[in-house]
Write a protein that binds this ligand. Structure first.
Ligand code: HEC
Length: 119
């Protein structure tokens, strides 16, 4: 009985693993993220310039969305999970004019998933 349980668990685990692999393959095919380098994403070199170019016009004191300013590391880290969702359109796409490039989305995602480091 115990053996059956263990193999059911192992099977479920393998299914999860292979699904992830499929998801990744699909993403590469769909979005062409192959040419987008998301290894070792840096807050100051990658994330901040993206936010400055695409978000800060509204997310700043005096802007239309001054209640969630995104002007420095602490503010951006504070909203990081929400930012990851929003750039992917979950809860409403940001910027409101339409999604950023797939590469910019992937970079934001990679940074948030790395724990939103101040690097
Ligand atoms: C044209 C103005 C504008 C731009 C540009 C813009 N936003 Fe927004 N953002 C808003 C407005 C207005 C809201 C509030 C309405 C809503 O939640 O959809 C908002 C809400 C948000 C929220 C939720 C804030 C909260 O208090 O929960 C996040 C996170 C966010 N935006 C991130 C971003 C990011 C990241 C970018 C750039 C990729 C961006 N926004 C670009 C106007 C903008």
């Amino acid at each position: 009985m115990k053996k059956v349980f263990v193999s059911v668990l192992a099977c479920a685990f393998l299914m999860v693993l292979s699904q992830n692999a499929c998801y990744y393959d699909n993403e590469v095919e769909q979005y062409g993220v192959v040419s987008c380098d998301t290894v070792g994403i840096s807050f100051s070199q990658d994330v901040l310039p993206i936010i400055n170019a695409n978000c800060i016009s509204c997310h700043v004191q005096g802007g239309v969305q001054s209640s969630s300013p995104l002007t420095n590391y602490d503010q951006i880290k504070g909203f990081s999970n929400e930012i990851e969702n929003r750039v992917n359109g979950i809860g409403g796409i940001m910027p409101p004019s339409g999604p950023m490039s797939e590469c910019n989305q992937s970079k934001i995602e990679a940074w948030v998933r790395a724990g939103a480091p101040n690097n």
